[in-house]
Design a protein around this ligand. Structure first.
Ligand SMILES: C[S@@+](CC[C@H](N)C(=O)[O-])C[C@H]1O[C@@H](n2cnc3c(N)ncnc32)[C@H](O)[C@@H]1O
Length: 177
C-alpha cells in the first residue's frame, strides 16, 4: 500500500512538473476552451466539406475531438508539444477509436500549413504574432483560420462572433483565399 502511494504521488508530481515546465517554455498552459465558447465555435464551423484540419495547441483535446465529430470524413491533426496533455489525447484517441485524428507532438511553428483547409486555435498574443507571418507565407490556397480570444494582430477578421459567456469571448474568422 505504501509503495503504491509512493508511485501515485511520484506520477502526480512528475505530471505537475512536466505541465509547469511546458507552460513556461510555451508561454501558455493547457487551459481548455470553456464549454460555452466551444458550443458557439462548433455551431459556427464552416459547413462545406474540408479534408485537412489542424488544431494548433490542442491541449487535452477539447476542440480536436469536437472537430472529429463535426468532420467525420476529414483528417484532423492536433498539434500539442506538452507531454502530459499530448499523452492524455493519445489515450483518449485510443479509447474512443478516433481514427480520423492524428495527435502530433510537433512544434506547430515548424509545421507546414499549406495543405490545410481549416486551422483552429486558442493560443496567446505572441503566438498570434508569430503565426500571422507563418500563415502569410504558407496559406496560398483556400484556408479558413479560426481563433478565439486572441486575434491576428495585423489582419482584419472577415467575421467575428461574440460568445455569450462571462468574458464575451470573441471568435475570429480569417479567410485566406
Ligand atoms: C490555451 S491551450 C488550448 C487548448 C485547446 N486548444 C483548447 O482550446 O481547449 C494552448 C496549448 O497550446 C500548446 N502549445 C503552445 N505552443 C505550442 C507549440 N509551439 N507547439 C505545439 N503546442 C503548443 C500548449 O502546450 C497548450 O496546451
Amino acid at each position: 500500500m505504501f509503495i503504491l502511494a509512493i508511485i501515485v504521488i511520484s506520477i502526480v508530481f512528475f505530471a505537475f512538473i512536466s505541465i509547469v515546465y511546458s507552460t513556461i517554455k510555451n508561454g501558455i498552459s493547457p487551459m481548455p476552451t470553456s464549454p460555452k465558447v466551444k458550443k458557439v465555435l462548433v455551431v459556427n464551423l464552416p459547413s462545406h466539406s474540408v479534408t485537412q484540419i489542424a488544431e494548433l495547441g490542442a491541449g487535452w483535446g477539447t476542440l480536436a475531438f469536437q472537430l472529429t465529430k463535426k468532420y467525420p470524413s476529414a483528417t484532423i491533426t492536433a498539434f500539442e508539444n506538452s507531454l502530459i496533455p499530448y499523452t492524455f489525447m493519445v489515450i483518449r484517441k485510443f479509447l474512443f477509436s478516433q481514427n480520423n485524428l492524428i495527435v502530433s507532438r510537433k512544434n506547430f511553428y515548424k509545421a507546414d500549413f499549406s495543405n490545410y483547409h481549416l486551422i483552429v486555435c486558442y493560443l496567446y498574443p505572441d503566438a498570434m504574432t508569430r503565426l500571422e507571418k507563418q500563415f502569410h507565407k504558407q496559406l496560398t490556397k483556400e484556408t479558413i483560420v479560426i481563433s478565439h480570444t486572441f486575434a491576428l494582430p495585423n489582419r482584419k477578421p472577415n467575421k467575428t462572433i461574440i460568445a455569450n459567456d462571462l468574458y464575451q469571448t470573441k471568435i475570429y474568422f480569417y479567410y485566406y483565399f
